[in-house]
Design a protein around this ligand. Sequence first.
Ligand SMILES: [Zn+2]
Length: 414
Amino acid sequence: MTANGSRTCRFCRTPLRHTFVDLGMSPLCESYLRPDQLNEMEPFYPLHVFVCEKCFLVQLEEYVNPDHIFTEYAYFSSYAESWLEHCRKYTDQMVERFALNRQSVVTEIASNDGYLLQYFVKKEIPVLGIEPASNVAKVAGEKGVPTLVRFFGQRVASELAREGRLADLLVGNNVLAQVPDLCDFVAGMKILLKPGGVFTMEFPHLLQLMEGNQFDTIYHEHFSYFSFLAAEEIFNAYGLTLFDVEELSTHGGSLRIFGRHAEDSSKPVSPRVVGLKAKEGAYGLSQLECYLSFGEKVRRTKRELLQCLIRAKNAGKTIAGYGAPGKGNTLLNYCGVGRDFLDYTVDRNPYKHGRFTPGMHIPIYPPDKIRETRPDYLLILPWNLKSEIMQQMAFIREWGGQFIVPIPEATICS
Ligand SMILES: [Zn+2]
C-alpha cells in the first residue's frame, strides 16, 4: 500500500486495478483450533488476488505480518519422505552439473530444518542455511547444518559478502512466493551470488494453477504467484539471467529455475527456456484478458461443488472429509462448506486430532473414524494425492461409499 492507501505492484509499483480472483474473507489456513477456542473471535483476512497490468505478477496484499507467520512456523519440511527423496536427487544433480566440491559454498535461503543442506553436508560440501524461524534453525544446527537466524535481504547479503562468504550455489525452495519485499530479496541474491555462481529456485507454477483450476492453493502466506515470464522480468531487472528451467510435479506443478549473473556468458540460455516462454505465451499469460477470465472459472467450480454436495444431502446421504490440509481450508471457507455438509474430516497428522478446521470448524479425527461411521461420500481435500488416498480408502466401497474430488471440477468417483 502507498501512503494514500492505493495498492501497487510488489515488483514494478504500478497501481493494482485488476482482480485475478476474489475468494472473500478467510482465516489463516494453518490456524487449527482447540475446542476451548471455538467460541473465541477468529481473525479473517481478505483473499483478494490482483494481477499487475504491466508485469503480470499475480499477487495478494500483505495482510499478515510475516514475523507472525514465520517465527513460529510449525511445519518441518523433513516430515515428508517423498520430498526428502526429491532433495537427495537434486543434490546429486547439482553437484555433478556444476562440479561442486569442498571449496564450494552452498547457501540456502529459508533452509528450514536443514532438510536439503544435510545432503550437501554428507558430501562434505560447505553449506550455510539462512532461516528466520529459530525453533527450526535449532534443529538444523543439531544436524550439522550451520544456520543464520535472519530474514534474507540486501542487508544479510551485504554482511556475508563483506565476510567473503559468496555462494557458488544459492538455493531457495518455496520461499519466493512468501517474500513480502520481493525487490529487496532479489537484490540480495544478486549481492550474495559469486561471479560464475548459479542460483536455483522452486515455486508453484502459475500456469498450472490456472490450467488446473487450483485456486485452493491461494492463501495468505503466499503473497506472489509466478509465471516464468513474470519471474524472468523480475530477475532481469536485478542483473540476473534465467538460463534454464525444469517443470516439476511437486505442489500440483512447480518450476525449478536456474539463474546466473547477466554478465556470466559461460552458461547459454537453454532451449527449455524458449519452449516454456512460448507455451506460456500461447496460453495467454502475456495478455491481461487471460488473467481476468480466471475468476469466473473459480466461481463456476464453487457452484458445481455445492450442487454436488446439496444433491447428496437432499438424498439423505452422509459426507465426511479426507485430509485437513491448508488448501482444504481455503476451499471450504470460500465455498462455505461447513458441518451442514461435512460431519467431520480425518487426517493422519496427530497434531490435528481433536482440533477443528479454521473458519468452518469441522472436527478432525484419526482416519479410523471412516470405518466406524461408514459415510456415503468422502470429499478428498488434498486432491493432489487423490490416487494414493482412493487406494488407501478403497474399503469404503464395501458399503457403497464413493469419493468426491473437488478440483479441477467436482467429480464423483465410485
Ligand atoms: Zn507489476
